[in-house]
Design a protein. Sequence first.
Length: 608
Amino acid sequence: MLFLTPFPIIRTQKPTSDPGTGDSTNDTPPKLPFSRPSTSFLRATDSRSASVSQGSPFISQAPSPAGGFTSSVSYGQLHYGGCHFGHISQHNGLPLLSEEGRQWIISKTGHEVILNPGATDHTNPSQSPAPHIYHSQRDLYELPDRSITEKAFDAFIHSSFSLVFPVVERVLFKDTIELAYQPYTGDVPSLEHLSAKVGVLAFLSTIVLFQDTFEEPISIDTDLCATKARYLLTDVLEIASINNLQIVFMLNMHEIFSGRLRSGAMFHAIACRMVFTLGGHTYISCKLRSSQVTRSERERRQIRMLFWLCYIFDKDIALRTGQPPLMSDDYCDLTLPETYFDCYEYLPKLNESLPQVSFEEESLMPHLPGDPRLSQLKDKTSRLLYSAQAAKKSHAQLLCDIRELDEELEAWRQSLPPSFRPALSITNESQVALQGMHLPRSMRHITLHLDYHHLMIAIHRASGRCMERDSGNSNDQPEWVPGVESSNALALEASRSTLVYLRAAMCGVAGEAFWVIVFYPTAAMITLFFNILLYPLHERAEQDLELLKAAADLINNLPVRRLTTCEVSHMKLINDFVVELVRLGRSAICKANMERDHELDRQLMIIA
């Protein structure tokens, strides 16, 4: 009897017009150097409940960087007003305060940061798939009915989702399916045969991401498919093959889109190493997709596509967590496919199914989940502003790098067609017009905008390290180094734009994108919150507080393909986090007003 746990090789703790100016121009850019819980339910849910148990949304249970756990300058670290506040959690994107940061908040608000009593255990077993018992080894090798697999595969290759995540190649994977369902002799299949079976299981674990394209609903336990694939992966992992690379990347996707970000990162690391082994980081010009290609050419093209998927994921993970990237640009040929920019010509007309002619000719180049050129800028931002070497830079050099990155980001923005180009600032929801767009185009529009504003925040937030406290200032306000004030203003405007844009773009968000999208508003909220505490009497403080108040409803209204305990738990965590931000922000404003009034009264008494 085999007792199969959900995570046999990777065990994780589960975390409790510009835009659209409409101007018609050449749309090809130049190449550059279910039902959900209501908010009231979330607020009423007992935080001690097993299904939504969480640690404090705001207090670090781990030592601060001074204890040697993390670098104090990585993007995961928070610096405002010359103070180091702690770091951003690598599994949920929320801040974990250092003692220094906690004391600073107390000094600004006059209130303690509320702790969640007894919530120091961040595990939540209910968020992982249930274990399964198999009575024989052969049970592990059993696959769902072949007709189910073929229906899912047919739906995938005909869907526009395959242009975002080209995780399998239509001809090669058809052969994989054929091999996987062949009978085998003996107790166990051969390694090649077993790899094909695992490939089918890994593929089926992802079908929830494109299930809307099915003509008929398919009943299959995708979590069970992923569990079996993880378990069997250990038997085939030593061989670097295109099928095994696809397996690892698809399991990475399953984990990420299920909210298990840390276990997903482990599969991502394996995929990065394997794609290097297979030579995906080198560039070889391929025939046009509509041309007759050999099997080896298909393999080469698919490995290169998987390289770009790994590359985009890698730069996102590095920037969001502060961890070093696994893929060094110095070792990668980053030449884009010749027809990559054609996506901006076909996307406006593309719906969720591929046109028949385009499918037959294989003429559409995948546009991937993000712009690889922007991923290169993310890598440069991590390296210049948040690496160990960046910690040694003078304020002048740091600000010079910020200015250089800002200029390159603007050049990238200008290179996009006007109908996809992010706006510099979004102050009103009327600036966002996604109604009537098909999902492929709206999601591209959304990811470009959110990525742009998030990178703007990342670039200009680094200027917080250049702000010096004035010990002689009774209000403990930071002193501006020349250039920092404008940089801080840009980070704030990008944060506001993120929240306003996402609220307006909700109609165009795909349900499977929850765990990708949710990071953006939380990062924006952190920036606004600390600015309110720094400048509670600023004319924008009250408006920013209102933006924070609306953020909980914003996240609760994000479309979710299937509402699991993990999503409910995270929504509860975000809701608690926002409530705490608003409470502390309001306290800071009230405290500053009282101190100002007291000072005015004191001065009037002196005059009198």
